[in-house]
Write a protein that binds this ligand. Sequence first.
Ligand SMILES: NC(=O)C1=CN([C@@H]2O[C@H](COP(=O)(O)OP(=O)(O)OC[C@H]3O[C@@H](n4cnc5c(N)ncnc54)[C@H](OP(=O)(O)O)[C@@H]3O)[C@@H](O)[C@H]2O)C=CC1
Ligand SMILES: O=C(O)[C@@H]1CCC=N1
Length: 275
Amino acid sequence: MTTSPRKIAFIGAGNMTQSIVGGMVKSGYPSDHIYVSNPSPEKLDKLKTTLQVHTSQDNQVVAEAADVIVLSVKPQLMADVCATLKQQVANLDKKLIVTIAAGIRIEKYRQYLGENIRMIRVMPNTPSLVGKGMSGLVADDRVSEADKAFITDAFDGVGATLWVADEDELDILGAVAGSGPAYFFEFMASLQKAATALGFDRDKARQMVQQTALGAAEMAIASKLELEELRKQVTSKGGSTAKGIEVYQAADIDDISGQAVKAAVQRNQEMAKLF
Ligand SMILES: NC(=O)C1=CN([C@@H]2O[C@H](COP(=O)(O)OP(=O)(O)OC[C@H]3O[C@@H](n4cnc5c(N)ncnc54)[C@H](OP(=O)(O)O)[C@@H]3O)[C@@H](O)[C@H]2O)C=CC1
Ligand SMILES: O=C(O)[C@@H]1CCC=N1
C-alpha cells in the first residue's frame, strides 16, 4: 500500500466481506486495523481465527472503532442496518462510508444515513479472495482525493480497480464483473459436465477446465491482440475447434451474453428503486 492503513469496519461477514478481508490480509493490510460485525457468530469466529481481525456481533461496536465503514449486507437489509447505525453511531459524517451493495444509489444512503455523509460505492467481485478481484468505484463529490487514494489502494490490494464515470456505469460494471464470476463458473461447470458425459471423472474434468480458463485469462491479459484474434489462433481451418465454435455461434453466444448483462443491469436498476 502506498497510503497509510486506516481502521476499517465491515458491516456483514458474508461471502463478499470474507473475500475482500481475506485478500486484504493476504496482501499485507494489518489485521488489527480491520473490524467485522455480523449477527451470527460462526463467520466471525472463522475470520477471527484465520485472519486475527477484530470481530463483534454488534454493528455499533465496529462502526465506532473505525474511520471507514464498509456496508456489506444484502440490499434488502440496507435500510434497516443504516437506520440503526444512524441512531447509534456518533459522527457518521466524519467517517468515510463505503458500500459494496448492488443497485442502491448514493442519494438513497443520504436519506438513510444523513445528508452530510461522504461516500464511495465499490462493486467488487469474489475473486478478491485470491487477489484477482475486479472492483468498480464511484464517489460522491464530497470524497477527498486522499479518501479515493486509500480505497483504491485497499481494493488494488485484492485485484484491479476501475473508477467509472457515474452510478449508471457502475450498474453495468456490476452486471459484467460483479456477477461475472458466476457466468464463468456456470460456463466452466458446463464444460466439466461435457467432459464427464464423455467418460472423464469429475476431478480430471475440473482440472482441465480450470487450468484452461486460467491459461486463457492470462493470455488475454498478456496479449495486445483482440480477444477475437486470440480465439482465431486456436481455431485451425478445417480443424476440431472450428466445429465446436460453430455450435456456440449457432446458439448466438453474443446474444446470450447481451441478454444476460441487460437482465443483470435491469435488476440493479430495480434494486435501486426497491431498497
Ligand atoms: N457476492 C458477490 O459476488 C457480490 C456481492 N456484492 C454485494 O455485497 C453485499 C453482500 O453480499 P454477500 O456477501 O454475497 O451476501 P451474504 O448473504 O453472503 O452476506 C451478508 C451478511 O450480512 C449479514 N447480516 C445480516 N443482517 C445483518 C445485520 N443487521 N447487520 C450486519 N450484518 C448482517 C449476514 O449474516 P447471517 O448470514 O448471519 O444472517 C451475512 O453474513 C450485497 O449487498 C451484494 O449486493 C457486490 C459484489 C459482488
Ligand atoms: O448478485 C448480486 O446481486 C451481487 C452483485 C454482483 C454479484 N453479486
